[in-house]
Design a protein around this ligand. Structure first.
Ligand code: ATP
Length: 220
C-alpha cells in the first residue's frame, strides 16, 4: 500500500473552535501540498483545567465548521481514550494508522511551542512527526533556552519537511489572526459581537446548546 500524502494534525482544546484555527488551517493547506489536515480535539487537555464545555460539544463544533471543506477532517481519537490527552500518544496511534513513511506534521501556534518542554515525552514528538509552528499575534518565538535550542537543532524548510516522515521543526509564516478562545468566551458572556471571530455554524451551535453563558440578546 502506498503511504498517504503529507498529513497535518492540529490539536487543541477548541473551546470554542474559532476563525483563528480554521483560517490558519486553510492557509496552511494553501501553502503546503498536504493530503489533508485533521483537527484533533483534546478530551482532557493535560495542561489546563477541564474545559467547562464537554469534549463532545467541542468536537461537534469543529465538525460543523469544517463540513464544507473536504481537505479538513475532525479526528476524534482523543475522545475515545481515557486519561489525559497526551499528543505523543495521539501521534503514536496516527503512525500506526498511516504507516512509518507518511509525512506527518504536528501544527501548533507559537504560544503552544513555548510550553513544549512540559509536554509528556516531548522529545519523542519529533521522532513521530515534524512540528509546524504558526505565528500568533502577541507571541514571539523564544530567543534562548531549551525550546530555542531545540528549534535551532531541528530547524528545516517546508521542502525538508516534505522529504521525510518526521524530525524537523518549521516556522510557517501565515497571515496572523488576532483571535483567541479566551477572548471569545469573554465576549459571549458579555453579549459582545462574535460573528467575525467564529464560523457561523459554531455560533448557531453555541446558541442552540446555551454554551459559555452566551447572552441570548447578543447583537451581531
Ligand atoms: P485559549 O485562548 O483558551 O488559550 P486558543 O484560542 O489558544 O485558546 P486552543 O484550542 O488552545 O485555542 O488552541 C489550539 C491550537 O491552536 C494551539 O496550538 C494554538 O497555539 C493554536 N491557535 C489558537 N489560536 C490561534 C490563532 N489565532 N492563530 C494561530 N494559531 C492559533
Amino acid at each position: 500500500m502506498n503511504a498517504p500524502g503529507p498529513t497535518a494534525v492540529f490539536g487543541g482544546t477548541f473551546n470554542p473552535f474559532h476563525c483563528g484555527h480554521l483560517g490558519s488551517a486553510r492557509d496552511l493547506l494553501d501553502a503546503l501540498p498536504l493530503h489533508e489536515l485533521r483537527f484533533v480535539p483534546a478530551a482532557q487537555p493535560p495542561h489546563r483545567k477541564l474545559p467547562g464545555v464537554s469534549a463532545e460539544d467541542r468536537a461537534a463544533m469543529v465538525e460543523l465548521a469544517i463540513a464544507d471543506d473536504p481537505r479538513l477532517r475532525c479526528d476524534r481519537r482523543e475522545l475515545e481514550r481515557d486519561g489525559p490527552s497526551y499528543t505523543v500518544d495521539t501521534l503514536e496511534s496516527l503512525r500506526e494508522e498511516l504507516g512509518a513513511e507518511t509525512c506527518l506534521l504536528l501544527v501548533m501556534g507559537c504560544d503552544a511551542v513555548q510550553g513544549l518542554p512540559h509536554w509528556h515525552r516531548w522529545e519523542q514528538l519529533v521522532e513521530l512527526a515534524h512540528i509546524v509552528v504558526l505565528a500568533r499575534p502577541g507571541w514571539r518565538l523564544p530567543r534562548e533556552g531549551v525550546v530555542h535550542d531545540f528549534m535551532q537543532q531541528r530547524g528545516g524548510t517546508a521542502q525538508d519537511l516534505l522529504r521525510a516522515p518526521c524530525g524537523r521543526v518549521h516556522v510557517q509564516q501565515l497571515a496572523p489572526r488576532d483571535v483567541s478562545a479566551t477572548a471569545i468566551r469573554a465576549l459571549l458572556q458579555s453579549g459582545g459581537a462574535v460573528s467575525h471571530l467564529l464560523p457561523g455554524p459554531v455560533i448557531q451551535y453555541i446558541r442552540d446548546h446555551g454554551l459559555y453563558g452566551a447572552a441570548p440578546t447578543t447583537q451581531e
